[in-house]
Design a protein around this ligand. Sequence first.
Ligand code: FAD
Ligand code: AMP
Length: 475
Amino acid sequence: MADSFDVIVIGGGPAGYPAAIRAGQNKLSVACIDEWRNRDGNYAFGGTCLNAGCIPSKALLESSELYHRAREEFAVHGIKLTEVAIDVAQMQKRKAAIVKTSTQGINALFKAAGVTGLHGHGKLLSGRRVAYTGADGSQRELTGRHVVLASGSAPAELKSVAFSAPHIIDSWGALDLEAVPKRLGVIGAGVIGLELGSVWRRLGSEVTVLEALADLLPMADQQLAKEAGRHFKKQGLDIRLGAKVRGAKLASDAVEVSYEDAKGGHTLTVDRLIVAAGRRPYTGDLLGAGTGVELDERGFIKVDEHCRTGAEGVWAVGDCVRGPMLAHKGKEEGVMVADLIAGRYGEVNYKVIPAVIYTAPEIAWVGQTEEQVKASGRPYKIGVFPFPANGRARAMEQAQGFAKIVAAKDDDEILGVHIIGPMAGELIAEAVLAMEYAASSEDLQRTIHAHPTLSEAVHEAALAADKRAIDSINR
Ligand code: FAD
Ligand code: AMP
């Protein structure tokens, strides 16, 4: 193996591995170092997303939703089941197989793009040298014309609630539960807390979510957040807002959680407690002396809009830098950087990054919320189309939620699209594309959408913005 590369990427998650692949496609010599090890002790590329985040959580969300629908909904279709039971071990086995296929796929992608994949630890030294400690403990010094830092993030630990497996666990632990806990506590009603809470609720846990903030999903459009809150309540998710967790202690085989809300102090007893109180940038033993790379006050690596750190030839992408902690945001940053290094054009449009919450109904949005547009002072109009008026949603027995478009009154530009309903995470792609091309609501109105599809809800929402919806009453 060579000691010097055009590009060395430290971190092989969804920000780092695409950077390495694109660098390879750009005919640059590239190495990608990653230290992720799974519980079986094996190294695997793919970072949090593939091993302990996006992919395993979606696998469990799918399984648990099917179980829930088989129990609650199949009878409506005339499908009679004599017994519906959940085999958690099989569910977990399926999840593990999906993770394995996904992470092993990266080895094949690296090979095809000519990337040298290295398992082990990478540490940036001055002068774009990288100290590499191999899986076997061997040490080597590598040099890169460019170095891309993609070290990702880790679950935030609360000072007052120390992790203590198997009772007090992080999101990775929550993805690996071997049995359905009778009583499950979740700290944090963010995306991760809601998704994991949903998985285990559908399988039968009594789930209580403690959220310090007064509002559910404050970053989302509030009409969407309110609709989501209604559905979660109906599903039996007990979300307690304004509930600040102050501590947790083990009591025989249970956990006693103490929290405070406006009414005073309370105790909640659960069998398992998931701490989903956010994630922090991870830069453990990443930076040696004199690299010139700086961290901000929250621990993120400082970068400009093109992900350049202050140090010549050193870039940083993904969860370890500012911006939403999302796999697709990191991926686009990684690709941008690899293209810029190769002297090509590269840019990330930070204004048009979709967000998806894979609950049922699914929640997805892009651009500004109605509240943000209102605060900006720009005159606006909204169009809302309810899924109960969408034929495909009714046929799917998923006629709930709505699609909402916020557009400028002056030039009709689409400023934000907010969807809660079936396959919202897929539907939002059309809105992302529209906004990427600075489309107007009229552009969407004049675009033909196949019938009967869920996407007609987006079409009709655009029409509703001008009170021209056909399939719902314009208000
Ligand atoms: P990571 O994925 O954290 O990867 C960083 C990699 O770098 C890791 O493998 C780490 O071991 C390695 N590393 C760190 N330091 C070093 C070093 N010094 N030397 C060698 N290797 C190093 N996002 C979405 O967009 N959609 C979702 O549905 C979604 N669901 C999620 C569900 C859960 C439960 C969780 C926890 C997260 C979820 N996320 C989701 C967030 C997503 O996983 C992250 O945004 C994404 O993984 C960040 O990518 P990254 O490459 O920046 O970092
Ligand atoms: P996110 O950052 O989207 O992953 O969400 C994490 C959530 O956890 C946020 O909504 C926080 O308000 C919430 N949170 C953080 N600390 C606490 C705490 N001590 N008690 C209750 N909720 C918390």
